[in-house]
Design a protein around this ligand. Structure first.
Ligand code: THU
Length: 176
């Protein structure tokens, strides 16, 4: 076989390989389970981020002007629930976006284990849930619960809840 046609064959094989890779990215057909998982995982986040961003627009923040959006999902449900912060003239009565989302989801579909919590802010750095929200998230968190903090510009930090809050107060740990 002349070397130039060998090159052509190699090029064609590589082209087919590349097309298969692109195809597999969209379908997961030729991919290993790892790639498939990542594909599903990426889709999950994009939907949840969109819900958090859209809900953030409803934030009622006449005092701080600091809008926060959240999105949560319980493992027993397919619904992604959004929340936004709602402030009050008595500052202590303010409800954060994360707690708002959790209360709304429980009212609509009952309590369960949290799959994830997404927090969206218009800041330079991703914003962590406040201490009170961490306590409430912890009530419904498992070892698998993930927290995604993301800015409107897309800077993000993903962490397992147990790494964010390893020493949570749980009343049940102290009752006999
Ligand atoms: N806020 C949230 O909604 N979530 C957080 O995790 C941090 C703080 C809100 C509460 C208040 O309306 C504003 O951000 C400023 O503290």
């Amino acid at each position: 076989v002349p070397s130039c046609s060998l090159l052509t064959i190699c090029n064609q094989v590589n082209q087919v390989k590349r097309r298969c890779q692109v195809f597999s990215l969209f379908t997961g057909v030729f991919s290993g389970s790892k790639l498939k998982e990542r594909r599903i995982f990426m889709n999950d986040w994009s939907q949840a981020i969109r819900v958090a961003q859209e809900t953030r627009e409803h934030a009622y923040v006449p005092y701080s002007e600091f809008k926060v959006g959240a999105a949560i999902k319980f493992t027993h449900s397919d619904t992604i629930t959004g929340g936004c912060n709602v402030e009050n003239g008595y500052y202590g009565a303010t409800i954060c976006a994360e707690r708002g989302a959790i209360m709304k989801a429980i009212a609509e579909e009952g309590a369960g284990k949290l799959e994830y919590v997404v927090v969206v802010t218009d800041t330079e750095e991703p914003v962590s849930p406040c201490g009170v929200c961490q306590q409430v998230i912890g009530e419904f968190a498992s070892n698998e619960t993930r927290i995604l903090m993301i800015t409107l510009k897309g800077k993000k930090l993903e962490i397992k809840f147990s790494d964010l809050q390893p020493h949570l107060f749980r009343l049940t740990d102290h009752q006999h």
